[in-house]
Design a protein around this ligand. Sequence first.
Ligand SMILES: Cc1cc2nc3c(=O)[nH]c(=O)nc-3n(C[C@H](O)[C@H](O)[C@H](O)COP(=O)(O)OP(=O)(O)OC[C@H]3O[C@@H](n4cnc5c(N)ncnc54)[C@H](O)[C@@H]3O)c2cc1C
Length: 478
Amino acid sequence: MNQVIIMGAGPAGLAAAYKLKQDKQVILLESENQVGGISKTIQYNGYYFDLGGHRFFTKFDEVNLFWNEILGSSFVRTPRLSRIYYRNRFFNYPLTPLNALFGVGIFDTVVIILSYLKSKLFPYPVEDTFEQWVSNRFGKRLYSIFFKTYTEKVWGIPCSQLEAEWSAQRIKGLSLTTAIINAVFKPKNSKIKTLIDEFDYPEYGPGMMYTAAKDKIESAGGRVLLKSKIIGVNHENYIIRSVDYSDSNGNVHQLAGDDFVSSIPITELIQILNPRPPAEVVKAAESLAYRSLITVDIIVNRPVLFPDNWIYIHSPEVKLGRIQNFKNWSRKMAPDPNKTSLGLEYFSTENDELWNLPDAELFKLAAAEVEKIKICNASEIEDYIVVRVPKAYPVYNTGYQKHLNIVKDYLQQFKNLQLAGRYGLFKYNNMDHSILTGFYAARNILEPHRHYDTWEINTEEEYHEMKKETASQKPVGI
Ligand SMILES: Cc1cc2nc3c(=O)[nH]c(=O)nc-3n(C[C@H](O)[C@H](O)[C@H](O)COP(=O)(O)OP(=O)(O)OC[C@H]3O[C@@H](n4cnc5c(N)ncnc54)[C@H](O)[C@@H]3O)c2cc1C
């Protein structure tokens, strides 16, 4: 039986292994001590912390089937509430125009309307950047209140340097006019429940899903090697022969294979190819950037803090970007009903000032900020854990596509290499898209006469949170 080596055991790598497990000898190599990648769940003193919050939703039947086959009855259907915090007030998220306009006060409402009219009369002639794209649809003022600060917290670069592609993907087809029309003419008493209203979530967080997937792969004879970091990918004539990986003791091993699936960051793959790719490919890979995430997970000595699953913090006076309230995702995430566990999300870049702060300093900052925005008192926090997620977002800065194309063109020459996943393809993908790329990668190995293009998934997708019936509630934000 052919041996397939899968690099990385996040959702994409596990999905590929799951599809291949009956027909091939699969070996998954994962550098961490648990599977799930960004979608893993951290356990701390009986509490479960998601990295961010992972809603399970998809338009793809195949992915739904996969999730249900693995976890079926362990999903909870969770009612959704998420809001934006700005100037000491809460605004609906997804934004609803009347709530937004009335919430900002009469002066800003007038300015928003005037600036919207101005943008209609004198739009940016090109829509290359996030700023141009959003301003043309919502006006400069609404853009600066509800899009600019949070987006810049997430990406760490001015919106004028962020590709419009990202906004087009997330807030496709919406403008202030359509939003108002939809809000006014929204069918009353609509019975259609959408992901806007509720979503599925494993009762102990997303990690539960991927740990169960690992168990199923192993029961079918597949192998999952944890704490096994791939440090070399050896090739000749555009055929990969083997990978080198180091185990938890620092010992280096070599594993040969017939086919290879890579879901590790594409930039890392380029660095560890042996022999090295041409200089221009290495340079292009080095030009691709990631944004990182730090979560300061806290346990607060209060049974109820707020009703939302999560809150976006737009206020520029704090660095805090988003707050998750895990017991509002699933009761089982927080074992003590008298306490509340929150995930405080800070966006950063690996090795920047925030990233390098010691955990105790990060906690001090986070405690002061939640007190400042009146979520709870710092003195009520009784425990915390800091989790750093080095590559949380691929950054779509201006020109990134040119660099990515160079890397992609080079890697496509490899005859037995499949690329999959969010970082394997450098694509801002959710779990379902990542999983589907894993399935495609597996199919390319099982059906070599066919070609399933993993790069094509998600390019022309309507933002998957939406169903057509509810276009009035298209989400705007991240
Ligand atoms: C804050 C946040 C919130 C999110 N919310 C949602 C949501 O609500 N719904 C949703 O569907 N998606 C959500 N996502 C996206 C989701 O997390 C990703 O789409 C998904 O985890 C990507 O899976 P992957 O397998 O492609 O990559 P990853 O999850 O990154 O897995 C890659 C794996 O490769 C391993 N690896 C890397 N380098 C090496 C190496 N050299 N050797 C061995 N192993 C290596 C990593 O340790 C990791 O386990 C969110 C993401 C973030 C950051």
